[in-house]
Design a protein. Structure first.
Length: 527
């Protein structure tokens, strides 16, 4: 993993985070704030975790790559004792450190366990071809036992998610064989193995959060999906539950080729994770598109997509943020097929926007595709996406991937530059602000929704009152405070109405004692 150049976290901040006990009055809103940045954590575990905690992040999702914490990962034959979970423990030193450091700073740690598999547990050197269910069960039992809370000095890990984007061929292969979808059958086996390994070591829904899915939001239909791309996520989910996308159970040869039995009761009994898990994880990326508008395959290629804000054309087999209502319908229908009335919670576990700079593919035209937004647009879209998530009772989390921009390459969705300088999206993340209506024909009360993510941390560490100011600047003069609110919860969310009689801009201000933090500014028009 590449190392970061610098990490803008002082020793005083690390000490403050480690000493923090968040007051009970500020506890437990519904929406969990998740951040993922393996590179930053691998380079400087304690400092990176402390920085995330001070920003108001409540949970860190850390990707555990099976191969990289395995003995003899490149060997073609399994090492001696490979069926014993203890064989992995000497390889867990870095995981131990991260687990301990997360507890020190008071941030929840979650493990997403994923490919690549060690060479000896997979059919190809990449570690993605038909990974061994039996070997994966042993690995999950090793993780489950090690981070059960029963090993002295190692806090329990209570959040688990199984396999990154299993509907995407770089993570699980093959996706199809001829015209038959097979990736869901492979994933069903891995999911069952993980469930068994966790259950055997005392991890189960209730005390733990155990998720499945982690699907990529887009893909290709038909046999092309096995050719360097991936299956559309709703098609993948339907296959996972042995159904067609229309909700009919698979039968005959198609059912057999997908690993599906004829008896629904037996299927439910054999696949408890599909019915008893804590929720379904989705990566509802919009990327260069507005978060409320579905996307569609506009160039007949799985990675190039467009939006149409006027018609809101979409692909009902995709699961970007604009299609989440359909995703919940599909999941509910699959539960009903097997006699379950559960409405699985949806977890957003990976999200963000590419930006230019530092990206070099700026969005152009009315229907952008896979492009880099301006920082101001990305800041707006991040806040808009969080508001959409806050208003959706089935969504359990909002996610940010990553904290830093990468040293090189794509995926430029960090909140900080690689050298540690805050970007405009950093301010938007710390203090989200969204107004559903920004233009009216006459003076009116307008809704202002927002949050102060660092407020709970600062209240506990520095005894700073969790108070936010709503400020307005008209066409003349500077900003003035028009309302002051006390916020609560780790994200400091609030919703209120303010009467506006003229055009101008709105922002949030949060005073820490030493400085004042500001949100992005939102222009409003009162004609």
């Amino acid at each position: 993993m590449p190392l970061r150049k610098t990490l803008p976290v002082t020793l005083a901040l690390v000490a403050a985070v480690c000493a923090l006990a968040v007051p009970k009055a500020l506890a437990n809103p519904r929406l969990v704030t998740i951040m993922q940045d393996n590179n930053a954590i691998n380079a400087h575990p304690l400092a990176a975790l402390a920085k995330m905690r001070s920003m108001g992040v409540t949970m860190v999702k850390y990707a555990v790559y099976w191969k990289y914490v395995s003995p003899d990962p490149n060997a073609t034959r399994a090492p001696a004792g490979a069926t014993n979970p203890a064989i992995y423990y000497p390889e867990f030193g870095q995981l131990d450190q991260i687990d301990q450091d997360a507890a020190k700073v008071g941030i929840k740690l979650g493990f997403m366990v994923t490919a690549p598999a060690p060479r000896w547990a997979s059919g190809n050197v990449q570690g993605t071809l038909r990974p061994s269910d039996a070997a994966f069960r042993t690995f999950m039992a090793a993780l489950g036992a090690r981070y059960s809370g029963r090993v002295p000095g190692l806090p329990a890990v209570r959040w688990w998610s199984i396999w990154n984007e299993p509907n995407y061929i770089p993570n699980l292969a093959p996706q199809t064989v001829g015209s038959t979808y097979v990736a869901a059958d492979l994933y069903r086996g891995l999911l069952g193995a993980a469930w068994s390994g966790l259950e055997a070591t005392g991890h189960r829904p209730g005390p733990d959060t155990i998720l499945f899915g982690e699907v990529a939001p887009r893909g290709i239909a038909g046999p092309r999906s096995g050719n360097g791309a991936g299956i559309k996520p709703v098609q993948f989910i339907a296959s996972l539950y042995c159904e067609t996308t229309a909700g009919r159970r698979l039968t005959g040869r198609v059912a057999a080729s997908n690993g599906c039995g004829a008896n629904p009761t037996a299927f439910r009994r054999a696949n408890p994770a599909l019915f008893d898990a804590s929720g379904f994880a989705d990566h509802p990326y919009a990327q260069g598109t507005a978060p409320d508008v579905p996307t569609y395959d506009c160039l007949h290629h799985g990675w190039t997509f467009c939006e149409n804000p006027r018609t809101k054309k979409g692909d009902p087999l995709w699961t970007d943020l604009g299609e989440l209502a359909h995703l919940t319908t599909i999941l509910d229908r699959s539960q009903h097929t097997y006699g379950s009335g559960r409405k699985l919670p949806i977890w957003n576990t990976e999200y963000g926007y590419w930006t230019a700079p530092p990206g070099h593919n700026p969005c152009r035209g009315a229907a952008p595709s896979n492009c880099d937004l301006s920082l101001s647009t990305a800041a707006l879209y991040l806040n808009w996406a969080e508001y959409i998530s806050y208003m959706n009772p089935r969504l359990m989390s909002i996610a940010q991937y990553q904290l830093y921009d990468p040293i090189s390459g794509g995926w430029t969705d960090g909140l900080l530059t690689n050298s540690g300088a805050p970007r405009l999206t950093y301010d938007a993340y710390e203090m989200p602000l969204f107004m559903p209506t920004t233009s009216v024909a006459h003076p009116a009360n307008l809704k202002i929704w927002g949050g102060v993510r660092p407020a709970a941390f600062n209240a506990g560490a520095y005894h700073i009152a969790p108070v936010v100011e709503i400020q307005f600047k008209g066409t003349k003069g500077g900003y003035r405070t028009v309302r002051t609110l006390r916020v609560s919860g780790p994200a400091g969310y609030f919703s209120t109405f303010v009467h506006f009689t003229g055009s101008g801009s709105v922002r949030l201000a949060y005073r820490t004692g030493r400085t004042t933090l500001f949100s992005r500014a939102q222009a409003i028009s009162v004609r």
